[in-house]
Design a protein around this ligand. Structure first.
Ligand SMILES: Cc1cc2nc3c(=O)[nH]c(=O)nc-3n(C[C@H](O)[C@H](O)[C@H](O)COP(=O)(O)O)c2cc1C
Ligand code: SF4
Length: 798
């Protein structure tokens, strides 16, 4: 009964209990539920951590490890977790969660790899049309004025076009009023057949303006791992023009047009290197109008090319770096490692590049020219013994057949082979000058701007095997010309076309300057040297005349082994003889000549040079190789100078080519003289010459290529100042007979007839020789100490 009663009392007791303890009970239950929920949450969240890298700030400003560099299964070290050391107690999740909520919106994922955009930039000229978009930013109206003018000019050009191309009139957009995302994160919305090309005109402000935001946005887009790093690769191309003020910001280092340069760089990344035309820059208080016009013409040319279905041209997408052997230029590019890797990948298919060359060759030689001018077969055996009547005549062969290993080796090194015995290549100085980073010593000494210079040879074959020749392991050698001979016009057309093609390939390379690029499309000089022996080519005179008729000056370097050809050579703008040693023994060791009578030939050439000294500028080219031809040879070289009396003596430290062939010839870096050693040698030679009563003095230097110039004071010093530069226009006028020269016996001209301006102050001996208008770029890891070190692979041609 008692138990029954207590059963009836239980609810009442529970109720009483609830009334007296309900608050703690409620609190405990809530806590328990919270703990259960938390536990469930933790179980769900943990695995996620292992697959989701903690995103860094999309602006790329975060310090430490960028999670986008880790692969998807790596747990990134989280700076917050580490700082609080909550990693083990589980609270990290809550902490992380709350941090994530507070921070910028983050999306879990891995960075998209650089790849071609899914919006193809392919342009079909029969169905598509090009829509140029002109963007500008302007605070005080200057850029706006120029941008409007540009839009008008291009509109009327499009409207006036006689043979209409699928080109629309440009649209003009002020960057301050457009939605950034609509144009710079994705492509603008348009009909599928409308393809865009961006033209961007910008001033520079070193203060916070809308431009700084624009730049930050571009950078952010590139670094945002959610977005393809090249979201604008669907564009047909882009080009930037900057306005700056040289009065306040005289050089690029001091900030001239710095923001345009930055935008150019970021757009290269965002478009996957679709630079359609090099960055242009103009000084608002100087040449802005002129530079812009020049840039505009270049851009119009590009628009025509694209609209005609020829795309952006050769090279990497957006043109770019031609596969040349001197890859140091690529190292100098400001682009990221990632970009370099990408570009290298693009450059990889050498086979394809070679095929291009072959196709070109086919076009240039076989299709266009050869049918009308078949190759001449010349028996050029000046020095071979007369053939016996019974001997079977061997038909001439191609010097460098396309199937030969030599052909493959040369094209791999960046040469384009024209016909079967000529070659052309753009030198590192041409590329350097295109980027405003200085010309070779021929600019300091004679006024040749490297971006206007073509380096070529009509004969890849040579009769020496010099120890320092950068490719004596592969080049054809021989003492007589026994090859199928290409006509000079075919060679001229081929080398110039190939040179222009190589220049065009530089269009998209970072740092190439618009004005230099457009100037480079008109060759002004030809260095007939490169490799091989140019006067070996039987029609060298015709080739030189074709050059002069095209107002291309000629510097010809010969190896002093072909006196007959030298004697028959027409006057060139400047004639060089390589003087690689001061005596017979040394010459044998260094040049390793094929001719047995090499010393006699050498001396005969010196005598011809002496005779020619009043008909053209003559130059001794000394290449100093430590341990081979420097020590105790000063007097010997002075003897040679006394014999030939050249107008100039160029003394240059050898360029180390680092090939195994050089190694087998016993040449190492130890043989490359320091600049101080070259300078010391030159001073000793000058002293020796003066002591002999020969009026030579040290005129100029170009430390960067380890080269010093001695000149005949009587002939190339006026009013106490050196005058080593050339008046090229006057040379052509003399050649064309437009002006009369003061040649011997009233015929022709003398070198004095085309002496140019005084040697500039910066090029004089003691002043270094680097054009102050250019930007000096120091080699990676060398800093300004570079000059105290041997200069490798930096020499000029010949
Ligand atoms: C405050 C200020 C800062 C400037 N900073 C630079 C500069 O860093 N580099 C440069 O080349 N020009 C600089 N300039 C010159 C302008 O870029 C130049 O005057 C330009 O034409 C201005 O274009 P806008 O009239 O379209 O705004 C600066 C001008 C001002 C007023
Ligand atoms: S190194 Fe030779 S080819 Fe190059 S720019 Fe100078 S002269 Fe011309």
């Amino acid at each position: 009964m008692g138990s029954l009663q207590s059963m009836w009392e239980l609810p009442a007791e529970l109720l009483a209990l609830w009334h007296s303890h309900r608050i703690p009970i409620l609190l405990s239950t809530i806590s328990l539920l919270a703990i259960v929920r938390l536990a469930l949450y933790l179980r769900r969240s943990r695995p996620k951590l292992s697959v989701s890298p903690v995103p860094g700030s999309p602006t790329g400003k975060s310090k430490g490890v960028d999670p986008t560099w880790l692969n998807s299964t790596t747990i990134p070290p989280d700076p917050i977790a580490q700082a609080d050391d909550h990693a083990k107690d589980g609270k990290i999740v809550t902490g992380l969660d709350s941090k994530l909520k507070k921070g910028p919106k983050k999306v879990i994922g891995t960075k998209l790899r650089r790849k071609a955009s899914n919006q193809p930039a392919g342009f079909n000229c029969t169905t598509d049309r090009v829509q140029p978009l002109i963007f500008y930013s302007s605070l005080s109206g200057t850029t706006e004025k120029y941008a409007s003018q540009l839009a008008e000019d291009i509109s009327s050009w499009v409207g006036d076009s006689k043979s209409p191309l699928p080109l629309c009139k440009p649209e003009l957009h002020d960057l301050s009023y457009i939605e950034h995302d609509d144009f710079f994160i994705s492509l603008p919305k348009a009909e599928p057949d409308t393809k865009h090309l961006y033209l961007i005109l910008l001033p520079t402000y070193n203060i916070d303006t809308v431009l700084s935001t624009f730049l930050e946005n571009l950078q952010e887009t590139h670094n945002d791992f959610r977005i393809d790093t090249a979201p604008l690769s669907g564009l047909l191309g882009y080009s930037v023009f900057g306005f700056g003020d040289k009065e306040g910001w005289p050089t690029e280092e001091e900030g001239f047009c710095s923001q345009a340069r930055e935008v150019d760089k970021w757009l290269a990344k965002l478009t996957g290197r679709k630079r359609a035309y090099p960055l242009g820059m103009g000084d608002v208080k100087g040449d802005a109008q002129e530079r812009l016009k020049e840039w505009q013409l270049g851009v119009q040319e590009v628009l025509t090319e694209i609209a005609s279905g020829r795309g952006l041209g050769e090279g990497v997408p957006g043109s770019g770096d031609p596969a040349e052997s001197d890859e140091e230029d690529v190292d100098e590019m400001e682009d990221s490692d990632e970009e370099e890797t990408a570009s290298k990948k693009r450059r990889k298919p050498q086979k394809a590049a070679r095929l291009d060359d072959l196709e070109d060759l086919g076009r240039m030689v076989n299709i266009d020219n050869v049918p009308s001018q078949p190759p001449l077969s010349v028996d050029f055996t000046t020095y071979s013994s007369p053939k016996s009547k019974t001997s079977v005549s061997v038909p001439p062969k191609e010097m460098v057949p396309t199937t030969s290993p030599t052909y493959a080796a040369l094209t791999k090194q960046g040469y384009t082979i024209i016909g079967s015995h000529s070659g052309v290549k753009i030198c590192r100085w041409t590329k350097s000058a295109l980027r405003g980073r200085g010309s070779c010593y021929k600019y300091s000494f004679y006024g040749i701007q490297s971006h206007l210079c073509m380096e070529a040879t009509p004969s890849l074959s040579c009769s020496n095997k010099c120890v320092f020749c950068w490719r004596h392991g592969t080049n054809p050698v021989g003492t007589t010309w026994r090859w199928i001979t290409d006509p000079p016009q075919v060679i001229f057309d081929g080398i110039t076309a190939a040179h222009y093609k190589k220049i065009k390939m530089m269009k998209g390379v970072p740092g190439v300057r618009a004005e230099r690029f457009s100037e480079a499309m008109r060759i002004r000089h030809c260095a007939l040297s490169l490799v091989g022996e140019p006067i070996f080519y039987p029609h060298i005179n015709e080739l030189v005349n074709i050059m002069h008729a095209n107002r291309i000056s000629t510097f010809l370097v010969c190896n002093a082994q072909h006196p007959a050809q030298l004697a028959a050579l027409v006057p060139v703008t400047q004639l060089y003889v390589s003087i690689d040693a001061s005596n017979k023994d040394s010459l044998r060791k260094i040049d390793r000549p094929l001719h047995r009578d090499f010393w006699e030939r050498f001396c005969a050439c010196l005598d011809i040079l002496r005779e020619r000294r009043f008909a053209q500028r003559t130059v001794f080219r000394l290449t100093l190789v430590k341990g081979f031809n420097m020590a105790d040879e000063v007097r010997g070289y002075a003897d040679l100078v006394q014999r030939a009396l050249p107008a100039f003596v160029e003394v240059k430290g050898v360029t180390y080519c680092g090939t195994s062939a050089a190694g087998s010839a016993g040449l190492t870096m130890q043989n490359v003289p320091f600049y101080e050693e070259v300078a010391e040698f030159v001073a000793a030679l000058a002293k020796e010459l003066v002591e002999r009563g020969l009026g030579y003095g040290i005129a100029a230097e170009h430390q960067h290529s380890c080269c010093v110039l001695l000149a005949d004071e009587e002939r190339f010093r006026r009013r106490g100042r050196w005058a080593t530069r050339i008046d090229f226009e006057r040379f052509f006028d003399l050649w064309e007979g437009k002006v009369e020269g003061t040649g011997v016996d009233g015929k022709g001209w003398r070198p004095e007839d085309y002496v140019g301006e005084d040697t500039p102050e910066w090029a004089l001996w003691g002043n270094g020789g680097f054009d102050p208008r250019d930007t000096r770029v120091w080699r990676k890891g060398k800093g300004k100490k570079a000059l105290e070190e041997p200069v490798e692979a930096e020499g000029g041609c010949g």
